[in-house]
Design a protein around this ligand. Structure first.
Ligand code: NCD
Length: 362
């Protein structure tokens, strides 16, 4: 049984296979029209979504499968006090694959624990969003033909932007990756990304104080909105400074073959006068999301060659139990009956297995 909780659950070769299939779907969509006949996808969206949910649903329908699900936690028995584990256990009996978005960090990890049905993380709080990264990678691949030696500017909310976290994880595996980070000082990368995927991997990073400063150097400019819904005090994020906004005028500073990406929705961080620029790829990127999700659904159902259906064995090594996670938004502090567990991570620190927060061993 395979699950996709973190983008690193997929090997580089598996990501390549997904991209190859997605590109083939774009070229010959009719070949795929019956691939998932009699299969059911459940979309469990406890948090708002337009693109991710609808592209998953459109993907399954275009594969000839069917879709069940809900959008909003008041639409499910969670509002009656049911645990997430119980909800998943039940839905696993109704569907062949589940795509779940939840506002709690680490929730997807809990969902996969019963191993009855493949679980796809469609966003867990401010933690990860691996299928957006697959979308980003498909658009990058279609445009650049490679993932190597790319300098990627990332601008906006690096702290709460889960798409940013998963993109950094994915790109940290390719040689020659460089990042140029541009964010307001209170929205820098969280510790679990900075230490595990940048510092421990020795990735070259530059920090810029404005999008103008970054633009001349980057091959890709990945813009993001401020994740207002994640702030405890909304006043902290009232106005985004001009430094973090992209306009047609500033685009004159960028290379001719630079690409502007954005997971969308956009608020005011990209002005509409950028939309007509041939380097503005964010609308096409949103459409690419459907094709890569078609490939992913097929992969999760064992239909793509070269995809290892055994998955990674969970190794119970260097694990400590019972140390409470300090992140109050972690699933281990929100749901009941979850075993607090930390594991030694690549940066030499013990981290919560659900949300990656560093856990003090003593
Ligand atoms: C992103 C998300 O939900 O994290 N949207 C998406 O899935 N395309 C980005 C965002 O909401 O800003």
């Amino acid at each position: 049984m395979r699950h996709l909780i973190n983008i690193l659950d997929l090997s580089v070769a598996e990501i390549e296979s997904l991209i190859e299939v997605a590109e083939n779907i774009i070229d010959c969509p009719d070949v795929y029209g019956n691939k998932c006949k009699n299969k059911i996808l459940a979309t469990l969206f406890f948090e708002p979504s337009t693109r991710t949910r609808l592209s998953f649903e459109s993907a399954m329908l275009s594969l000839g499968g069917q879709v069940i699900g809900f959008s909003g936690s008041d639409m499910s028995s969670i509002s009656k006090g049911e645990s997430l584990k119980d909800t998943i256990k039940i839905i696993a009996g109704y569907a062949d694959v589940i795509a779940m978005r939840h506002f709690v960090e680490g929730s997807a990890y809990i969902a996969k624990q019963d191993d009855d049905v493949p679980i796809i993380n469609a966003g867990d709080g401010a933690h990860f969003h691996p299928t957006q990264t697959l979308t980003d990678l498909l658009t990058i691949h279609r445009e650049k033909g490679t993932f190597e030696n790319l300098t990627i500017g990332i601008c906006g909310d690096l702290k709460y932007g889960r798409t940013v976290h998963s993109l950094i994880c994915a790109m940290s595996r390719y040689s020659g990756t460089k990042f140029v980070l541009v964010s307001p000082p209170n929205l820098n990368l969280p510790d679990f990304i900075q230490k595990q995927y940048i510092d421990a991997q020795h990735i070259e990073v530059k920090y810029a104080s404005s999008v103008e400063e970054a633009l001349p150097y980057v091959d890709i400019m990945y813009m993001t909105r401020i994740q207002r819904e994640r702030f405890e005090n909304v006043a902290e994020c009232e106005n985004l400074e001009e430094n973090y906004k992209l306009t047609a005028d500033k685009m004159k500073l960028a290379k001719d073959d630079m690409c502007v990406l954005h997971p969308l929705p956009r608020v005011d961080e990209i002005s509409v006068d950028v939309d007509d620029d041939k380097r503005a790829l964010y609308f096409r990127q949103a459409h690419d999301g459907k094709y890569i999700r078609m490939a992913l659904i097929m992969a999760m159902l064992g239909m793509i060659e070269g995809f290892d259906m055994q998955g990674d064995e969970e190794i119970e090594k260097d694990v400590i139990y019972g140390k409470k996670c300090t992140n109050l938004k972690c699933v281990s502090n929100v749901e009941t009956n979850i075993k607090h567990t930390a594991q030694l991570s690549e940066d030499g620190r013990y981290r919560c297995i659900y949300c990656d927060t560093e856990i003090n061993k003593v």
